[in-house]
Design a protein around this ligand. Structure first.
Ligand code: UDP
Length: 467
């Protein structure tokens, strides 16, 4: 019997890249009978978490993984910005990626290599084995369009983007984008990060296709422009939302009991993604703001400091007496929580998020309105889209002068506005409900994301003849 088509997938380090890649691999195996191998570069600080995800994969259904050996990074490289370290990790891992592809090409019906952001370095290696390389873009179509256009912008513009006098109009996008809202790594055009992103995005056009974690009802105009190849881009396949479908168990879960005991829609979930933490001063403002709002909260607390490689406990950074004063009303978890499960829980009524794209999608599929608190990467751009275009977030702004912090009064107000019944919450919730329904529809039979997925599947199946 003919072997099923096999797809190799290479996520770049970071949970925000790893999770949608795993979900995509699951769709291929569980819904389309492909077999898959996740080629996992050294994940850095998330090693334990990634292993837990990988061990939970349904291997009997044809999903396997290979952990690559950690690349040699010197002390200087360890201190580089995350995106730079990520790119170095992938490029130093190329020899082991080549070895893995070599054995997969010999042992399976390997029909494609799928990489994300920084995996474009592996395109040439894939072509050595006549394997077409694809990209899974784990963010919005709007970011993808901006990145595809970046080389032209770079050639045309001489100032920093934040100083551009006019906003940039992304074809198909309903809102203009100001330079100050461009992704963080392209803000300083003299930085290593900028050069790296620029070189990287030039490779996007070499992909055979780009799979996007978005869907028509969210970004129909931009998706159409990408389909029309306005950026001379390869074919795009919007297959989103790709979000966590099941969850690794955590040994004890008192938070779940606590959540079960809270009234419906009463809890604000606070989480800033998998990487970043707030400064000590900002943590204080946030704590005071939440306390003043008097609302219930579940806070995934990541302290800003390490001691002997361990994060310093949350109590060091919270205002004195905060935990006692909010007892019963608040629950604090350290470092990591099963976010998708919490967002699905009926007691959760709002999400204060850094606007990482996976977090935004997880909120949308569960219809949970958000407070935007972007920190880095392309999160500001996501926040602009969520607030100005989709109008499903409230966004407290940082003080323009002085300390640049989001102050406690602004925080208390925004939390009350989101969590209390009122016109503002009502309108956001209505729009959220529509998007939640749309998110479910696009991945159902005949849905637009299902159709995109089927097109891709049929293209990949042609590469192995009739199965
Ligand atoms: N996540 C989680 N628990 C946490 C923090 C993050 O499950 O405590 C998951 C979250 O559900 C999402 C991913 O990690 O799937 C983070 O991706 P996102 O794009 O939102 O942000 P990033 O971490 O890449 O900045």
């Amino acid at each position: 019997m003919e072997q099923s088509p096999h797809i190799a997938l290479l996520p770049s380090p970071g949970m925000g890249h790893f999770i949608p890649m795993v979900e995509f691999a699951k769709r291929l195996t569980l819904q389309h009978n492909f077999s898959t191998t996740l080629i996992v570069p050294d994940p850095g600080p998330n090693v334990k978490l990634q292993k837990a995800f990988l061990e939970a994969l349904p291997k009997e259904r044809g999903m396997s993984y290979i952990l690559l050996p950690p690349p040699n990074l010197n002390a200087f490289e360890f201190d580089l910005k995350f995106e730079v370290r990520m790119a170095i990790t992938i490029s130093r891992s190329l020899p082991s990626i080549r070895d893995v592809l070599n054995s997969l090409a010999a042992a399976t019906n390997l029909v494609a290599l799928v990489v994300d952001f920084f995996g474009t370095h592996a395109f040439d290696v894939a072509r050595e084995f006549d394997v077409p390389p694809y990209m899974l873009f784990p963010s919005t179509s709007m970011s993808l369009s901006l990145f595809l256009h970046l080389p032209e912008l770079d050639a045309k513009v001489s100032c920093q983007y934040k100083d551009l006098p006019e906003p940039f109009h992304i074809p198909g996008c309903r809102i203009p984008l100001h330079g100050k809202d461009f992704p963080e790594p392209v803000q300083d055009r003299n930085s290593i990060s900028y050069q790296l992103v620029l070189n990287n995005v030039k490779m996007y056009r070499m992909a055979e296709g780009i799979i996007v974690n978005s869907f028509e009802e969210l970004e129909g105009g931009v998706i159409k422009a990408l389909r029309d190849k306005v950026f001379q881009n390869p074919p795009v396949y919007p297959v989103g939302p790709l979000v966590q479908t099941d969850h690794i168990s955590i040994s004890s879960s008192p938070f779940e009991k606590w959540l079960d005991d809270q009234p419906l829609g009463s809890v604000l979930f606070i989480c800033f993604g998998s990487l970043k933490s707030l400064s000590h001063a900002q943590l204080h403002e946030l704590a005071f703001g939440i306390e003043t709002s008097q609302k219930r909260f579940l806070w995934v607390f990541r302290s800003p400091k390490y001691s002997n490689d361990e994060r310093v406990s949350s109590s060091t950074f919270l205002p004195e007496g905060f935990v006692e004063r909010t007892k019963g009303r608040g629950f604090i978890m350290s470092d990591w929580a099963p976010q998708a499960r919490i967002l699905r829980h009926g007691s959760t009524g709002g999400f204060l998020t850094h606007c990482g794209w996976n977090s935004a999608l997880e909120s949308i599929v569960n219809g949970v309105p958000m407070i935007a608190w972007p920190l880095g990467a392309e999160q500001r751009m996501n926040a602009v889209m969520l607030s100005e275009d989709l109008k499903i977030v409230l966004w407290p702004k940082a003080n323009e002068d002085g300390d640049g912090l989001v102050g406690r009064v602004a925080i208390a107000n925004v939390v009350k506005n989101l969590m209390e019944e009122g016109e503002e919450r009502k309108q956001i919730c209505e729009r959220m409900r529509d998007l939640k329904d749309a998110a479910a529809k696009v991945v159902s039979r005949e849905g637009s994301s299902t159709n995109s997925m089927l097109k891709l599947i049929s293209k990949w199946k042609q590469n192995v003849g009739d199965l």
